[in-house]
Design a protein around this ligand. Structure first.
Ligand SMILES: C[S@@+](CC[C@H](N)C(=O)[O-])C[C@H]1O[C@@H](n2cnc3c(N)ncnc32)[C@H](O)[C@@H]1O
Length: 505
C-alpha cells in the first residue's frame, strides 16, 4: 500500500483537474483506500473534481452499501459530496440479495463548495417523449440545447421525433468520456487510478492512467464492516382484535400494536428540513439533524418490535442537496437501523425519468430515489415467484427477472400529484405522495392476503389504499389529523371496500 502512496507522491501536487478511480476489489481494506483518496486531494487543483466508480457488495447474504460508506468517509476527509450517480449496467448481476442487480454507482466530489469546473452543456441528454415531458403547460422545461443531464446514466436512442426507441448501456469508456467532457478543458490533466481489473485505454496525452497494487488476500479480514444481528426473541401476544386502523398520533410510540404482528412496514418518512406538515410535533421540520435521526430511530425501533420475525421494512427515501453539499439520508438510516438489529438486504432504485431537478447549475439533475429493504431476521417472507407487471427492464424487455431498478412515470401511480379536499371550506392537501404502483409491488413481494401492513407515516394514505385493495390488513400512523380526511376519501374512492369504513374511523 505504501507503494501506492509513493507512486502518487511522484505526481505534482495541485496539478490534476479531474481524478477518476475504479478500485473495486479492495473494499475490505477501506482505511488504506481512504489514504489514497486523501492523497488525491493534494494532487487535485482547487477547482478539481473526483469521480469514483463503486458498487454495493454482498457479505453473508447482507448488502454492504460501499458507495454510501465511501461518501460518508470522503466527506470526513473534507471533500464536498455533489452527487451519487446510478450507472445502469449488468456487470455486477449478483450484487443484490433478492433482485437482479442492474446498477453500480459513480460518486461525484469536489474540493470546493462552489468554485469547481463543471459544464453540463457538452453532456446534455435528449428530451424524451414530447407529450409526457412538456405537454400540459410544462413547455418551459424544453431546452433547445437538450435536457439537463441527470444522475441516472443510461444511453438512449430516439426516433428523431422525441421518442425513445431503444435503451443502451453506456460503456465504461463512454461514462468516463462524459466526466471528462463536463469537467475539463483543452490542456487539463486527468488522472485515472485503477486496480489490475479495471484497465482502460488512454484517451489522450493529458490522460494519465496509473495502476495501483492491492494484495487482496492478505487484506481480506482487515476491516469487518458487518455487524452481527441481534436476534431478539419477542413473545407473541394475543392479537385477536387488531383491526385495520388509522392512529392520529406520533409513531414514535406505537403501543396500540402488540409485538410480532406486522408482516411488512412500507413507508416514506418526512425529510429533514424540507416540507412543513403543519403540526407542532412533526418529525423533521425546524429541528437539528441529529434530533431528526433520533426521533426517526424511535420509530424504527417500534417497527422492529411490532414486525413478525419473518417481517420486512421498506423505506422510500431520497437524498438532498443543502448549501452545495449532498446529504445522504439513506446512509444515516442504514447505520442507525442496523444497530437496532435489522439487516440491509437490498437497495432498489426508483427511476423517475421526467422529474425536475433542484440541484443547481453545476450539478447533475436528480432523477431517482432509493427504496431500502431491511429484514428482521435471515428467515423473511419474500415472494420471489411474483411477476410484477410494468417492470420491463430497460435492456431486456421480455426478461421476467426482478430487476432492482424500477422505472415509474407519472402515468403509473401519482408521482408529483397532490391530493386536495375541501373540508369545512378549508382546502386540505398533501403533496408528498408516493406512487401506488411502488406500494403495489412491495406488497405483492412481501405479504400475502390477510397479512398486516403498517405505514408509520401514512400521509395521504397511499399504503393503506393499496393494501386495502389487495385484501391485506393495514395500520397507519399520522400526526396531522387533517390528513385523515384525505385518507378516508381515498379509501372510499380508490380502494375496493373490503373493510367497512365505519368500523375503523
Ligand atoms: C412523506 S409524507 C408520507 C406520504 C405518504 N407516503 C403518501 O403517499 O401520502 C410523511 C408524513 O409523515 C407525517 N409525520 C411527521 N411526523 C410524524 C410523526 N411523529 N408521527 C407520524 N407521522 C408523522 C407527516 O405529517 C407526513 O404526512
Amino acid at each position: 500500500m505504501n507503494d501506492n502512496l509513493s507512486i502518487l507522491g511522484e505526481i505534482e501536487q495541485n496539478s490534476i483537474q479531474t481524478i477518476i478511480t475504479q478500485i473495486e476489489n479492495s473494499y475490505k481494506s477501506l482505511p488504506p483506500l481512504l489514504k489514497i483518496y486523501s492523497k488525491c486531494k493534494d494532487l487535485l487543483k482547487e477547482q478539481g473534481t473526483l469521480w469514483i466508480f463503486t458498487n454495493n457488495i454482498i457479505n453473508n447474504s447482507k448488502l454492504i452499501p460501499i458507495p454510501f460508506i465511501l461518501c460518508n468517509n470522503l466527506k470526513e476527509l473534507g471533500y464536498v459530496l455533489k452527487n451519487l450517480i446510478v450507472y445502469y449496467n449488468l456487470n455486477y448481476k449478483n450484487n443484490s440479495v433478492n433482485f437482479e442487480n442492474r446498477y453500480s454507482h459513480i460518486i461525484f466530489l469536489t474540493k470546493q463548495k462552489d468554485n469547481y469546473k463543471f459544464n453540463k452543456d457538452p453532456i446534455r441528454e435528449k428530451h424524451i417523449w414530447k407529450n409526457v415531458e412538456w405537454s400540459g403547460g410544462r413547455k418551459s422545461r424544453y431546452n433547445e440545447k437538450g435536457k439537463d443531464p441527470s444522475n441516472f446514466w443510461l444511453k438512449t436512442k430516439d426516433n428523431g421525433k422525441g421518442k425513445i426507441i431503444e435503451y443502451l448501456i453506456l460503456k465504461k469508456s463512454e461514462a468516463i468520456d462524459r466526466i471528462i467532457k463536463a469537467t475539463t478543458s483543452k490542456d487539463d490533466k486527468i488522472l485515472f487510478l485503477h486496480d489490475k481489473f479495471n484497465k482502460i485505454n488512454n484517451f489522450n496525452e493529458n490522460f494519465l492512467s496509473v495502476e495501483l497494487k492491492f494484495n487482496f488476500l492478505e487484506q481480506k479480514d482487515e476491516l469487518n464492516l458487518v455487524k452481527s444481528i441481534d436476534y431478539k426473541n419477542h413473545a407473541l401476544l394475543i392479537k385477536n382484535h387488531l383491526k385495520s386502523n388509522i392512529f392520529i398520533k406520533s409513531s414514535e410510540n406505537m403501543n396500540d400494536l402488540p409485538d410480532n404482528t406486522i408482516q411488512s412496514v412500507i413507508t416514506s418518512p418526512p425529510y429533514w428540513g424540507l416540507r412543513d406538515y403543519d403540526h407542532s410535533n412533526q418529525i423533521g421540520y425546524n429541528s437539528p439533524y441529529i434530533e431528526y435521526l433520533n426521533r426517526l430511530n424511535k420509530v424504527w425501533k417500534e417497527c422492529y418490535r411490532v414486525l413478525k420475525n419473518n417481517g420486512t421494512l421498506w423505506i422510500n427515501i431520497n437524498k438532498r442537496v443543502k448549501e452545495g453539499n449532498m446529504i445522504l439520508f439513506p446512509y444515516n438510516f442504514y447505520t442507525t437501523i442496523e444497530k437496532i438489529g435489522f439487516s440491509l438486504l437490498d437497495i432498489i432504485i426508483w427511476h423517475k425519468p421526467i422529474a425536475v431537478s433542484a440541484y443547481g447549475e453545476k450539478n447533475l439533475g436528480d432523477r431517482y430515489e432509493f427504496i431500502l429493504l431491511f429484514s428482521k431476521t435471515s428467515d423473511y417472507k419474500f415472494n420471489k415467484e411474483i411477476k410484477l407487471l410494468h417492470t420491463p427492464d430497460y435492456i431486456h424487455l421480455n426478461n421476467e427477472d426482478l430487476p432492482n431498478i424500477w422505472r415509474m412515470f407519472r402515468k403509473i401511480g401519482n408521482i408529483g400529484r397532490e391530493v386536495s379536499l375541501m373540508i369545512k371550506n378549508k382546502k386540505i392537501r398533501h403533496t408528498a405522495i408516493y406512487p401506488k404502483e411502488l406500494v403495489r409491488r412491495i406488497i405483492l413481494l412481501s405479504t400475502n392476503k390477510g397479512d398486516y401492513i403498517l405505514d408509520p407515516f401514512a400521509g395521504s394514505g397511499t399504503t393503506l389504499v393499496v393494501a386495502n385493495k389487495l385484501f391485506r390488513n393495514w395500520i397507519g400512523y399520522e400526526i396531522n389529523p387533517n390528513y385523515v380526511e384525505i385518507m378516508k376519501y381515498r379509501l372510499k374512492a380508490e380502494g375496493k371496500k373490503v373493510m367497512k369504513l365505519d368500523e375503523f374511523l
